[in-house]
Design a protein around this ligand. Structure first.
Ligand code: GFB
Length: 321
């Protein structure tokens, strides 16, 4: 068998989760780079929780490179109210895809996780070495444990079988194709939607969950896609690799910035009855920056680009109705 490198534009690349926030950014990037053989399946066509189906898919398609961007994801409310789904779905997806990648001799696999794998009160900024050094944040413990298991799977297949499986841990992501459903979404799309709708209705205020004091770091998803391609090309090591901007801000400051971009001039009302989650989770991104990668899109620019996409989607929907 000829082993092709990732720079070969004819390489067979499977993007698991190609319709999601991360997967769709990867698709944009890989298409722009001229890759000719990108393999995808919707979740209807292939249930990644079904081991036999995943095995049959790998046997049929024989991907050479895999981006594992398929996951059950959501914001703080979805994570804390659906823990069984977050744990089971993500464990099954990871176990099935990573094992099949081993069985069918995938050249390289990139597993995507999240900054919530680190202990709730780990020293900031979060270094990769903080993994498994303390208790996790309660609101997303189930999801975090599934993502930690996925890292361990990659590292174990590397150790036992010499597989080149790597794990990238992005900070909180946002951008086109994000989930704007107010129960399931993360904070940035939720606040964008609330403010766009409040501005339209002329509402005097919007509700922000929690105290507004938690600190979060936000990475534009096209920057993550760029990092994924970089890691696929350049990095072959065990352990999580942090991907972020290295800069964070409070939820209140984020809300003020989104209000400015959207043009919402009403009041921000904080609902202390809703959870704050982790007080802070700023990534230490020095490992990746030493290897030569850093984020490019500033938060304001990323918010503007996301708003353009969201408004265009709203217009498209109105036309379709
Ligand atoms: O983005 P988010 O849902 O997730 O919430 P986490 C971040 C912060 O924003 C929390 C506050 O302090 C929320 O209380 N917030 C304020 C809001 N208003 C809103 C709102 O309208 N919607 C939402 N969703 N939040 C998730 C984890 O944690 O982050 C996952 O649950 C995952 O496991 C993901 O790792 C990246 O940053 O708290």
């Amino acid at each position: 068998m000829i082993v092709r490198g990732f720079e070969d534009r004819g390489a067979r690349i499977y993007v698991a989760g190609h319709r999601g926030l991360v997967g769709s950014a990867l698709m944009r990037r890989l298409r722009a780079d001229g890759y000719e053989h990108i393999i995808t399946r919707t979740s209807r066509e292939l249930d990644l929780r079904d081991q036999a189906a995943v095995r049959a898919f790998f046997q049929e398609e024989r991907p050479e490179f895999v981006f594992l961007a398929a996951a059950k994801v959501g914001g703080i409310l979805a994570n804390s109210t659906l823990p069984a789904q977050f744990l089971y779905d993500n464990l099954m997806i990871a176990a099935n895809v990573i094992h099949a990648a081993h069985e069918f001799e995938v050249t390289k696999l990139l597993n995507l996780g999240s900054s919530c794998i680190y202990p709730r009160l780990a020293p900031q900024p979060l270094q990769e070495t903080a993994l498994l050094t303390g208790p996790l944040e309660d609101t997303n413990r189930a999801y975090a444990i599934a993502k930690i298991a996925a890292i361990e799977l990659c590292d174990s297949y590397r150790r036992q079988y010499g597989r080149d499986f790597v794990s990238a841990m992005p900070t909180n992501l946002y951008g086109p194709e994000d989930n704007f459903d107010l129960h399931g979404s993360h904070v940035l799309p939720a606040l964008m939607r609330k403010m766009v709708e409040a501005k339209e209705r002329g509402a005097p205020s919007v509700e922000i969950w929690g105290s507004g004091t938690p600190l979060r770091e936000f990475l534009f998803v096209d920057d993550l896609a760029d990092a994924c391609v970089f890691i696929m090309r350049e990095v072959s090591e065990a352990g999580p690799i942090n991907v972020g901007t290295g800069v964070d801000l409070s939820i209140r400051a984020l809300a003020e910035l989104i209000a400015e971009v959207v043009g919402f001039r009403g009041e921000l009302v904080f609902d202390a009855g809703k959870p704050d989650g982790t007080p802070r989770k700023l990534m230490d991104v020095s490992r990746l920056s030493k290897l030569g990668w850093s984020a490019r899109v500033e938060l304001r620019e990323g918010i503007e680009r996301t708003l353009d996409w969201y408004e265009a989607r709203l217009v498209a929907r109105q036309i379709r109705v």
